[in-house]
Design a protein around this ligand. Structure first.
Ligand code: IMP
Length: 186
């Protein structure tokens, strides 16, 4: 049987929406004048973020998806990142924005950026909703970050714990009920 846990809210749905508006303005500035921006969502964790983000963008966009292997059903990164599902469209000579849910150790984004850069896009930028800088193992930074968060396991707004809790409208921290709460303020 799985260990019982509760979810403590960390970022409200309202704060996420407000931050997405700001991020959209930054993306519009970066890609002003683009013929068409290819917005690439990393499956599955980014599906709600990308849906909200593209609706805020006042730019011509195309949406595509890529799937990389990540945690599986565990709470630890495997570090070995494989591409499970490739893009449908071509990105050579095009403007591309990769949309990721969380940058944790950094292995996934580093691998995905190298994979896509090899196809010679015109510009390739990355955006992550959440960044856990304390856990970084590779020197890789997203161009845009929604929120920096502490070293805690989070769920909601598309992000899962063993495929559960993706449908929460907010971001929350998983707390096992036999453990004390994580100190969220440094
Ligand atoms: P990285 O390769 O360690 O940067 O891991 C990135 C991926 O790990 C993310 O796209 C998520 O799928 C997963 N991940 C990292 N932290 C969490 C978390 O707190 N909750 C759920 N998934 C996470």
């Amino acid at each position: 049987m799985s260990r019982p846990y509760v979810i403590d809210q960390l970022i409200s749905a309202k704060s996420i929406a407000a931050r997405i508006e700001e991020l959209a303005r930054e993306i519009e500035e970066t890609f002003a004048g683009t013929e068409k921006l290819v917005v690439v969502g990393l499956l599955r964790g980014s599906f709600i973020f990308i849906a909200d983000l593209v609706r805020e963008l006042d730019l011509p966009v195309e949406v595509d998806f890529l799937e990389a292997s990540s945690y599986g059903n565990a709470m630890e990164s495997s570090r070995e990142v494989r591409i499970l599902k490739d893009l449908r469209g071509q990105i050579e000579g095009r403007d591309v924005l990769v949309v990721e849910d969380i940058i944790d150790t950094g292995h996934t984004l580093e691998r995905v950026v190298a994979f896509l850069a090899a196809r010679n896009p015109r510009r390739l930028k990355t955006i992550c909703l959440l960044d856990k800088p304390a856990r970084r193992e590779v020197d890789h930074k997203a161009d845009l970050v929604g929120f920096e968060i502490p070293d805690a396991f989070v769920v909601g707004y598309g992000i899962d714990f063993g495929q559960r809790n993706r449908n929460l409208p907010f971001i929350g921290v998983v707390r096992f009920i036999d453990e004390p709460p994580v100190a969220l303020d440094p």
